[in-house]
Design a protein around this ligand. Structure first.
Ligand code: URA
Length: 472
């Protein structure tokens, strides 16, 4: 028997090298015992018989699946993969799900990809003290061996900070370069005050009327709960959801312990917009320190709304772009230029408008020196909602203009079908009219010049309608 010992770090690349070498020596799959990390004392010492050597040529699609499946926790995966590459080399057609090896590899590749997706969704960074760039740490327990495949995503997304993701087996470390190390000591982040803020925050945004146990369990299986700072609230919240819905309907506001109430005030997304600051300037100062969602970390600054406190019309965009993030003001980049031109042509005076965004931090993925815009997700929009609510409560515009699906979703709860809804006036819960239009950057992205011209004309018409609707 030939024993092959693969390293803990770089397992897949090592398997590839070993598989090629074994095939070149003509060693049959049944004569190989695969180990990862360490081999048990030489139980089957001795070598394997050699046959006809061959060089492997494997279809790229098959190799990608096989290498994904090699990250699975099944101990048989290395042997199966070696057997399969030899069979593919000998003419087996990739993709035939009636073949047990192919089917198993495809299934395992799928669970590995799902595990990577969960890592992307459920890793929670906490800031740690640092003398240089801002530094963050997270503890995560993947189901499979997904650290090396799953963490480059974070290097792209959080390329301008230092971070560590520790898992029971491997720790990924990023300081401009992503490196992997065997985890030597438990690196679970300490339970401290920040944890409590997280918990309270979670408890506050957790609307029991929206608890969908099945969806929650499929998106966030129990095994991930323990890694979330807010996790030990979840079972109780689910168990209690029905009772809390009934209570919420019936009860008067309940006294919360003073400390919890203080934290809740800071972190809660209010059910109704109750301004915590009495003026836009005070609100802007509060928002400047916002850490309600992870977007604050890589962004340069909070980009708050701008315009007079008694503006009659409030324009809401999606989120600041690269230039807005640097300037600290909304709509100053390319989308802002289109907006300015069309607003002026429509007879709107920008100085009389209040202009803001649904999300106040720039979300981006670094690509070399560039920062590529990324669409904010539902929880980021939700986390930022408190600022928009309070801007609305302070400015009390007569008309709101939602530019694009994100703004429309933040304002009306649904961003679906924006092209069908554009030009129409919808209503906020309090009756304030919301005129729907497209986002100006949509106009920048249209490749067909004729369509771009027509869409720009329609955008101007929407702004002309806004001007009409805001006249006394
Ligand atoms: N896009 C937006 O939605 N808002 C800005 O401030 C800039 C670009």
């Amino acid at each position: 028997m030939r024993q092959v010992v693969l390293p803990i770090i770089g397992t897949v690349a090592a398997w590839r090298t070993e598989a090629r070498a074994l095939a070149a020596e003509g060693i049959a799959p049944e004569h190989v015992i695969w180990h990862r990390g360490t081999a048990p004392p030489d139980l089957f010492a001795g070598d394997a018989p050699k046959g006809q050597g061959r060089s492997l040529t494997i279809p790229r699609a098959a190799l990608a699946e096989i290498e994904a499946a090699l990250c699975h926790s099944d101990p048989e995966r290395f042997a199966r993969a070696y057997r399969l590459v030899l069979r593919l080399n000998d003419g087996l057609v990739w993709g035939d799900r009636s073949d047990a090896d192919i089917r198993r590899v495809m299934e395992q590749a799928k669970s590995v990809r799902r595990d990577i997706h969960k890592m992307h969704a459920f890793v929670r960074f906490r800031e740690v003290p640092s003398e240089g760039r801002r530094a963050f740490a997270a503890w995560f327990e993947p189901e499979h061996h997904t650290v090396e495949a799953g963490t480059p995503f974070f290097a792209k997304r959080f390329g301008d900070m230092d971070w560590v993701i520790a898992t029971p087996e491997i720790t990924a470390r990023f300081d401009g370069t992503l490196t992997f190390h065997e985890t030597t000591a438990a690196a679970r982040p300490p339970e401290d005050a920040t944890e409590e803020l997280w918990r309270t925050y979670y408890a506050n945004i957790f609307n029991p009327a929206r608890v969908m146990v099945r969806a929650m369990q499929s998106e966030m299986p129990k095994k991930y709960w323990k890694n979330l700072p807010e996790a030990d609230l979840i079972p109780g919240l689910i168990r209690d959801a029905d009772r809390r819905v009934a209570e919420m309907a019936a009860r008067e506001a309940e006294e919360a312990p003073a400390r919890r109430l203080a934290v809740a005030r800071r972190m809660a997304v209010p059910e109704r917009p109750v301004p915590t600051a009495g003026t836009l300037d005070a609100l802007r100062a509060e928002a400047a320190a916002c850490t309600r969602c992870p977007l604050h970390a890589p962004a340069t600054q909070t980009v708050f709304g701008i315009g007079p406190a008694d503006a009659e019309v409030m324009f809401v965009g999606e989120q600041p772009g690269d230039q807005e993030d640097l300037a600290g003001r909304p709509f100053v980049g390319p989308a802002g230029q289109i907006f300015d031109q069309e607003a002026e042509a429509a007879g709107l005076d920008r100085g009389r408008l209040y202009i803001t965004n649904a999300v106040k931090h720039f979300k981006f993925a670094p690509r070399g020196k560039r920062r590529l815009h990324q669409k904010p997700n539902g929880s980021e929009i939700h986390a930022c909602h408190t600022w928009l609510d309070q801007e609305l409560a302070l400015v009390k515009p007569k008309l709101i203009v939602a530019m694009g699906a994100t703004a429309l979703q933040a304002l009306t709860g649904s961003g679906e079908g924006i092209l069908k809804r554009r030009g129409q006036v919808e209503r906020m819960e309090d009756g304030t009219p919301v005129l729907v239009t497209v986002h100006p950057s949509y106009l920048l992205r249209l490749p067909d010049p004729e369509l771009a011209k027509a869409e720009r004309r329609r955008f101007r018409e929407d702004l002309e309608q806004a001007a009409r609707l805001s006249r006394p």
